[in-house]
Design a protein around this ligand. Structure first.
Ligand SMILES: Nc1nc2c(c(=O)[nH]1)N[C@H]1C(S)=C(S)[C@@H](COP(=O)(O)OP(=O)(O)OC[C@H]3O[C@@H](n4cnc5c(=O)[nH]c(N)nc54)[C@H](O)[C@@H]3O)O[C@H]1N2
Ligand SMILES: Nc1nc2c(c(=O)[nH]1)N[C@H]1C(S)=C(S)[C@@H](COP(=O)(O)OP(=O)(O)OC[C@H]3O[C@@H](n4cnc5c(=O)[nH]c(N)nc54)[C@H](O)[C@@H]3O)O[C@H]1N2
Ligand code: SF4
Ligand SMILES: [Mo]
Length: 709
């Protein structure tokens, strides 16, 4: 990396809050940092107002050549080792690898797996590359593991899916927030200020989480259901809303459809039954209903807790039903929102790397959508492949010796060896591939399995747009030069396209790609056509939809959705007639304990980036098993003892962390580490029938002393 010469305003590489930050040249080496750039506050950026968490503050350390890839690597056929190679020979090998598999097994034998951390430009180019250059339908991405259940439920209810339908700044102005399965004090720390401000304004916060987290500690009311029972909980609350006469009948009549069926379903779920299923007492249910219904406005926000379930779509639907029945949607300072996860978790799903989608949140199966996008791409609509497999199904099909097996994979911006459910199986499938190419900034656990590893540039070294959890499109600007051996993902796609016969159509300049993305998204649900880099910079981001207006003043963007009408055909929000069902795997004699998984403050995702930062490793050095003293007592386990957690998929070993902050019937493991303590060795790949989300948040396990401790 060469030193930054200017002060540049940009954004954090990590989560969906996309905190604004200022990068400046670092003066002298006295600070001991390994790179010549330092992070400064950017107080005028509205979302985080200068605040950053430790991950964002230390992000420049991952720019250092010391921890990253700086030259292509190819697998030496003789020794089996990854060895340095020139860009030209590495790219030739990738083109030959992909084309060879296609020639032998057909276009759908070549798969692509992307990531929600990719910029809009990259996600767009990747989807186009897969469908045109590879001619394959087999593309999906890690966002499927993230907010796909909320996306499916949001689309079903409102006709469009945007994380929050309002800016975060609306949170302190509502009366009550029901926060379901989000530990934002650890996963988006600067956002906590909005909830603190809410309470200072006299509003209330209800947190639903099986664990008493740092977020739950801030709540006026903490409900701690058994993992996997949020659907029953939401139905129980709706039952009480009806029984207590708190339905907003006028709102239901004017702005919704489907209430009778949803009402009937809720009435079949008695509070006493809900108490038995969830472990949340009837008085607590009543208290929650009172708190939620008393003020004039209220919000329900969900995150991965209720979403990463094999019934995540229905579960989110049930929470949306609660908003609709009480008139808490489509009105100022009221509504349902999903806290998205990755830096571009929102935009990453709008521009075509999802198996069933085309740019602008268009559906691949919709003839009009195909025609529009094919027009922008200059191809015949019939030449576009149809929808492909979802993320886990794609990973599960890798290396399969069948008609429809996927024999070659191009992997960008994800590390499934650590982060995919039933990870040992996924790792085995990846090893069985004929050809694997990985583009990454570091040698991740997944990159280690590749035939070719291409070292790419990252956040501060390149320009691109991202869409944060509010639907605000942001410009992350280049602040420093990349190491000479690295190329951007767009340059990689450009070079590969050229080798595979597409000299045109894959520019490596992000501004040029964005211009095409605008046209491709025009008229779609996520319409970006009125957004330009210049506008984003001038306005601290622009909220989609923002169509380009012919003549007249430019469209202002849409910070708040649904105030006049919902985005369904008839303008009404749709209730979902949902009923409770058990988790895919319930505890039994052999596997009597529930496992849930999630995050800790100092590590990010598979840890590929944050495990390379000393300060973060000191704060969160490794995996652990959080368990209640009562369960620990039964096992004879003391703090720090090595525990073996065993599920039908596999076994993981990590030290005990004993705490009354978790239910006695549940253990929690963070998923940031590979190896022996890998939580995903245990998780259940049971999929939600609609969103195809795996059940990361609940499976049955046995816990025992690992011995030798
Ligand atoms: N520090 C840090 N921050 C991150 C990330 C990271 O890896 N590290 N990743 C980013 C990304 S991509 C995402 S998606 C977000 C995720 O952000 P969050 O959703 O806040 O994170 P999780 O820890 O996965 O899950 C939240 C909570 O759900 C609870 N939970 C578990 N099972 C259930 C259940 O059945 N029902 C309910 N209601 N709750 C349950 C867990 O106890 C946990 O406290 O964070 C983003 N920010
Ligand atoms: N058990 C359990 N498992 C989970 C979850 C859970 O709650 N529990 N959560 C799931 C969720 S919500 C998510 S989002 C996934 C996330 O898990 P992953 O998909 O593995 O995400 P990351 O670890 O962020 O991987 C991103 C990779 O891309 C690289 N990278 C960074 N920037 C770029 C770039 O610009 N280009 C390219 N080519 N590469 C880049 C990074 O170095 C890293 O190796 O994990 C899922 N897995
Ligand atoms: S909260 Fe998210 S965006 Fe903000 S500094 Fe931390 S990781 Fe980066
Ligand atoms: Mo995520």
């Amino acid at each position: 990396m060469t030193d930054a010469t200017d002060i540049t305003d940009t954004h954090c590489p990590y989560c969906a809050l996309q905190c604004g930050m200022r990068l400046a040249p670092k003066e002298g080496a006295a600070g001991g940092s390994v790179v010549g750039v330092e992070v400064r506050e950017r107080t005028e950026f509205p979302v985080n107002q200068g605040a950053l968490c430790g991950k964002g503050r230390t992000a420049p350390e991952v720019l250092s050549s010391a921890v990253r890839l700086t030259e292509p690597l190819v697998r030496d056929e003789a020794t089996g080792e990854l060895v340095p190679a020139s860009w030209e020979s590495a790219l030739d090998r990738v083109a030959a690898g992909l084309a060879g598999v296609r020639a032998r097994h057909g276009a759908d034998a070549v798969g692509v797996f992307g990531g929600g951390g990719l910029t809009n430009e990259k996600a767009y180019a990747l989807g186009k590359f897969t469908r045109l250059v590879l001619g394959s339908s087999q593309i999906d991405y890690n966002g499927r593991f993230c907010m796909s259940s909320a996306a499916a439920a949001g689309t079903r209810a409102f006709g469009v899916d945007r994380g929050l339908p309002f800016p975060l700044a609306d949170v302190p102005r509502t009366g009550c927030v029901l926060l379901v399965g989000s530990n934002l004090a650890e996963t988006m720390p600067p956002a906590l200020r909005y909830f603190t401000e809410l309470r200072e304004n006299g509003g209330t916060l209800i947190v639903v989480d099986p664990r008493r987290t740092r977020t739950a500690e801030q709540a006026d009311l903490h409900l701690a259901p058994r993992p996997g029972t949020d659907l029953a909980l939401a139905l129980g609350l709706l039952h009480l809303v009806v029984a207590e006469g708190r339905v907003d009948e006028a709102f239901v009549a004017e702005r919704t459809s489907g209430w009778p069926a949803a009402r009937a379903a809720a009435m079949a779920h008695w509070p006493e039954w809900v108490e038995r299923i969830t472990g949340v007492s009837v008085p607590q249910l009543r208290a929650a209903v009172e708190m939620f219904c008393a003020p004039e406005a209220a919000m329900v926000l969900t995150a991965r807790g209720p979403e990463q379930q094999a019934k995540g779509t229905d579960t989110v639907g049930a929470w949306i039903n609660l908003c609709l029945a009480t008139g808490r949607a489509g009105r100022p300072f009221s509504g349902y929102g999903c806290l998205t996860g990755q830096g571009n978790g929102q935009g990453g799903r709008e521009h075509g790397q999802k198996a069933d989608q085309l740019p602008g949140y268009r559906m691949l199966a919709d003839p009009a959508a195909r025609e529009h996008v094919a027009g922008v791409w200059g191809v015949a609509p019939e030449s576009l492949p149809g929808p492909g497999r979802s993320a886990y199904e794609l990973l599960d099909a890798l290396g399969r010796d069948t008609e429809d097996g996927v024999r070659a994979l191009m992997l960008l911006a994800s590390n499934p060896v650590v982060s995919a459910p039933r990870a040992a199986h996924v790792e085995e499938r990846m090893r069985a591939l004929d050809f694997l190419v990985v583009c990454d900034v570091v040698l991740s656990e997944s990159a280690r399995l590749a035939d070719v590893v291409l070292p790419v540039t990252q956040w501060a070294e390149e320009t691109g747009t991202l869409t944060n959890l509010e639907g605000r499109v942001l410009l992350r600007r280049r602040a420093v030069d990349p190491p000479p051996g690295c190329r951007s993902d767009l340059e990689v796609l450009h070079a590969l396209a050229a080798r595979l016969g597409w000299e045109k159509g894959f520019p490596s300049d992000p501004a040029e790609v964005f211009d095409e993305l605008r046209r491709a998204s025009a008229g779609g649900k996520a319409d970006y056509s009125g957004i330009t880099y210049a506008r984003i910079e001038a306005e601290d981001g622009v909220f989609w939809p923002c169509p380009e207006e012919e003549g007249g003043p430019p469209h202002p963007g849409t910070p708040r959705l649904f105030l006049d009408r919902f985005a369904t055909e008839d303008g009404r929000a749709r209730f979902a007639p949902v009923s409770h069902r058990p988790s895919a795997e319930e505890p039994d004699e052999e596997y009597p304990v529930l496992l849930t998984t999630g995050r800790v403050l100092a590590q990010y995702q598979s840890g590929a980036q944050t495990r390379r930062v000393a300060e973060l490793n000191a704060a969160a050095p490794g995996p652990f098993v959080q368990l209640h003293p009562r369960l620990a007592g039964r096992l004879g386990a003391a703090e720090g003892d090595a525990l073996a957690v065993v599920s039908r998929r596999g076994r993981a070993v990590a030290p005990a962390r004993i705490s009354t902050d978790i239910r006695p019937d549940t253990v929690f493991m963070p998923f940031h580490w590979p190896g022996e303590g890998r939580a995903n060795s245990l998780t259940n790949p049971a999929l939600d029938p609609t969103s195809r989300m795996p059940e990361f948040k609940v499976c049955a396990v046995r816990v025992e002393l690992a011995g030798g401790s």
